[in-house]
Design a protein around this ligand. Sequence first.
Ligand code: SF4
Length: 447
Amino acid sequence: MAMTGLQIFKLLPKTNCGECGVPTCMAFAMKLAAMNADLAACPYASEEAKKIIGAASKPPIRLVKIGPPGREVPIGNETVMFRHDKTFVHPTAVAIAFPDNESLTDLSHKLAEVREYCLERAGEQLRINLVLVDNFSEEVKPFVDLVKTAAGSTGMGIILRTTNLEALEAGLKELKGKRPLIHAATPANAEAVAALALKYDAPLVARAATLDELAALTTRLATLGLKEIVLDLPADNPAAALQYNTIIRKAALKNAFEPLGYPIINFVTALDDASAVADASTYLCKYASIVVLDRMKLELLLPLMMLRQNIYTDPQKPIQVDPRVYPIGEPGKDALLVVTTNFSLTYFMVSGEIENSGVPANLLVVDTEGMSVLTGWAAGKFSGEKVAAAVKASGLGDQPGKHRLVIPGYVSQISGEVEEGLPGWEVLVGPGEASDLGPFMKIQAAR
Ligand code: SF4
């Protein structure tokens, strides 16, 4: 169970030496309670403190890693019910299922699509994470052939789904050292599947018909030595799945119920695409660590990727880009210098509009700690003085050419201060909305 800051404080040395990076033991205790620090940062913590605090700060949902070294997909380790409380840690892995009873040539094309899929948004590359190989044929050879092809073609982590133990072991042998996820150990085969998971050092899914059976099954698997387990509780419909997911998460986080303290896998089986998107989105929101789709369709992936990115960004840390000069097109010596903040959404909107205008320019991103233009100005992070200092630091003013600077229309009030700080520069007040930047750029470029 989580400890309060005061409970942790009582176990610390109370010397306030500051070596942990904060000035007092109390401040460090508060950070530990919020899971924003590691006890290892205090070199003077007693063995007793390490034992007690270490056990209490263990994430209530186990970390599971799937896939080959370098391409591992971590899931679990979550600590909160709601994203606004802190942050969700490991984004839901999206997996595409492939049945082994179809032509390998057709499947190879689809696997290539999975490998190549990439949605670029707000500076991130959003991709599919895992491939599930389904032993529809119930035979060993087609299963192993597809396992080999899927792993070789995509390089991704593989989920081995089969009830045939011979096929499972053959698949595990093929993927030795690549940590595939076994689907699944059930109350009927737990010992045999656990033995294979241990032999090949692979995480496994525990699948049972009810919550009680699932808890009993994971307890059995843990006794056998399994640590990396994923939960699969089949539901009749998405509403029931949502209810199960919520009960599991609550049991793990609020009641520290270890048998359900593992990440969850959900399968999307809706026949029509619209229902498939709705079901997958539901699981993504609450609380699937893996969502398996039974089809590879771009129109299905787009909303899921965007939803996942939005849910798994840290609400306490705005997404930022590096503060520096970004040349757009091939700006010459007379090119405009457009100034904006390092809030990534602002950056991508402004850079996109400049790019679309076809007018080459330099874009200077000022460090506002991830705040947008108006918020940054209100917080004193996007002042005239700061903009002038960033322009000077860029060195662009030392080069020959016209020195023309565009500041956002929403902060026209800083133009005087910028002018004062940048003798020799012409300061232009741009439009308020990024969408009006294109016409503005064209007019200015023609001057
Ligand atoms: S390093 Fe340890 S003893 Fe020193 S202030 Fe931090 S918590 Fe206290």
